[in-house]
Ligand binder design. Sequence first.
Ligand code: CP3
Length: 336
Amino acid sequence: MKDAFLQACRGIRPTYTPVWFMRQAGRYMPEYQKIRQKYDFLTMCKTPEIAAEVTMQPVKILNVDAAILFSDILIPLEAMGFKIEFADSSGPKVSPTVRTGSDLKNLRPVELPIINFVFETIKILTKELDVPLIGFSASPFTLATYVIEGRSSKEFINTKRFIFSEPESFHNLMEILTDATIQYLIDQAKAGVHAIQIFDTWAGILSPYDYEVFCKPYVKKIVEKLKSYVPVIYFCSNTSGLLHHIKDLEVDVVSLDWRSDIRDACLTLNFQPLQGNLDPLVLLGRENEIFKRIKNLLIQAQCAKSHIFNLGHGVNINTSVDVLKKVVDFIHEFRF
Ligand code: CP3
């Protein structure tokens, strides 16, 4: 198995910089669209042969150094009795919502056999792939925003109302989601994933004080439990003001969005392995502008013990497959 990605997760610099992309399987790719025209997104996630095929598409087509399981952060909610939907136009929906302490009684303990398809997909992939497989979950806080809002949100009014009016109950919700996430990730590790990424997409909506109280302890608990199984990557967005807290998480790799200066992050995070952090929309630009920025990023990220190239968020639907292929080749061939 190619192990540049796992070496970088452990703080070793391989001969070339490993690269993969968040949302590397998706609608920008004609091969994905072809399958997606026949099946809805949830059916694709729940059918191990299809999920495995779609996971492998970017590995074969783009030559990336890691695969990420084709699934979604909301999938484990089904194992807790929630209904999840992915309507084409309006994004994901979760029901029933949990917005007060008294709604907590509707939560069921996680029953992972309900989502056995995830572990079946992992087992197929570990036989087929020649690159490491990344498993994942949301952070408990990011997952909570979907459970509370019932959908994607801009202002997170219900989430913040819950935190600031019933903090004790909010902590109870976080405990429940944390325990479920730990079990879910341990089972992914046991099924064979080589690393896990925790997506904390919405951590940046919190003040540093509230991040420290309501988000950080739960991520830390997951990291403590998972680290003995596989390396843990923590993706966070809009969190340049939170980096001194993120340092305390002691994750193996911190994945940054493009709003963070990678050299500042390096210093604050004590030179630990970093992943990221090109603005995904740079890839819609002119090629010389794209490669100028990639080169600059590779050089700046040299201050970290190791660097895994990635975008600061998922691949945009308008991205050209051809450009992504050239980006992978450029990064593989780049020498300092
Ligand atoms: O990265 C990968 O290739 C692996 C698969 C993956 C998906 N979602 C597939 C997906 C991963 C790791 C995720 C994580 C995820 N899902 C996050 C965290 C990362 C981030 O983007 O911030 C979040 C917040 C979600 C929730 C979610 N799922 C939203 C908001 C949407 C709708 C937006 C959209 O692009 O349609 C989804 C749907 C989704 N998840 C799709 C895919 C490929 C699109 C499904 C389709 O219609 O084909």
